[in-house]
Design a binder for this molecule. Sequence first.
Ligand SMILES: NC(=O)c1ccc[n+]([C@@H]2O[C@H](COP(=O)([O-])OP(=O)(O)OC[C@H]3O[C@@H](n4cnc5c(N)ncnc54)[C@H](OP(=O)(O)O)[C@@H]3O)[C@@H](O)[C@H]2O)c1
Length: 329
Amino acid sequence: MKQVLIEQYGTPWEVARCAEVPDVGAPEADEVVFDVLAFPINPADLWFCKGSYRLRPPLPATPGAECVGRVTAAGAAVRHVKPGDLVINLQRENWTQRRKVKGSDAIPLPAGIDLRQAAMVRINPPTAALMLSDFVDLKGGEWVIQNVANSAVGRLAIVLAHQRGLRTVNIVRRPALADELRQLGADLVLVDGDDLVERVARETGGAKVRLGLEAIGGAASGRVADCLADDGTLVHYGSMSGQNPDVNRSNFIYRGVRLTGFMLGRFLARRTPEKIREIYADLARQVMEGRLFAPVDTVYPIDGIKEALLHADKGGRNGKILVAPNGPI
Ligand SMILES: NC(=O)c1ccc[n+]([C@@H]2O[C@H](COP(=O)([O-])OP(=O)(O)OC[C@H]3O[C@@H](n4cnc5c(N)ncnc54)[C@H](OP(=O)(O)O)[C@@H]3O)[C@@H](O)[C@H]2O)c1
């Protein structure tokens, strides 16, 4: 079977290659085997290839934090999925044609779900959902501010916040995106810049913004912090610039602003397996109903992994880059 291998850390499209590897074999009693139908290339996967992600396993290694698959075999003790079922996988190493995992790591998805959307259910939807629920107890009508608003996470946060009656200030770097994000439910779309605080105050009528979501780092983090109300919370959950958050200390000392971070695994680990399945069942239902959606730019075959990685690293895409390892989806 085919599998993506990284034999050294470096420029993703130079170090990743599509290799022929032995098949995974039959499942043990508590295991599930599935064909990987599609996986997205997320920013964290690019950092994994570069060796700058928090996980840096011995080489050779296979990247891939998420995927959607179709079960081909399930061990005798596995009760919740059967051959033919669609699943997402809570484990990594998904850039391959076939995976064998513990049954408990295979989360069932509803039959008929759009496969491209299903490939992106595991990480970004719960990230957006839990960041909105786990830090500040926001009431309907309150504002949330976020940067990278055009990212998959950002778009999902717009929709989920709108569903909850929250209002969103969305910071982008491309003004052309404003209409598209407004159609998703964005209340305000602002281009990042030095006078952000004044513009946010003016456009929200001086609202007290108690939650900020931030995934750029550097001075961009500081600009979001400056927009928060006293005692507000800034959640740093990614660094598209590769820089640490640069936040003026007066926010902490004089205004009691709290800077904290989010990592999906940490926040899922606080929940029971039943609760985790419940969260994914709800998100998958919303995907089925067309309420949660992440745009897809291009789908590549697994042999085209180098082109796919090069494309995924480019800014200004019209959505995610996906790879379909077992044929077109
Ligand atoms: N902590 C967690 O558990 C967790 C989970 C999921 C995602 N994340 C993080 O969330 C972030 C977004 O992920 P995603 O999968 O939603 O991303 P994505 O869909 O691939 O989009 C990336 C976004 O980043 C913007 N961007 C890229 N470089 C930038 C820069 N230097 N300055 C400003 N904006 C920049 C792009 O803007 P354009 O649209 O203008 O190109 C695009 O909107 C990433 O940092 C990712 O690591 C964290």
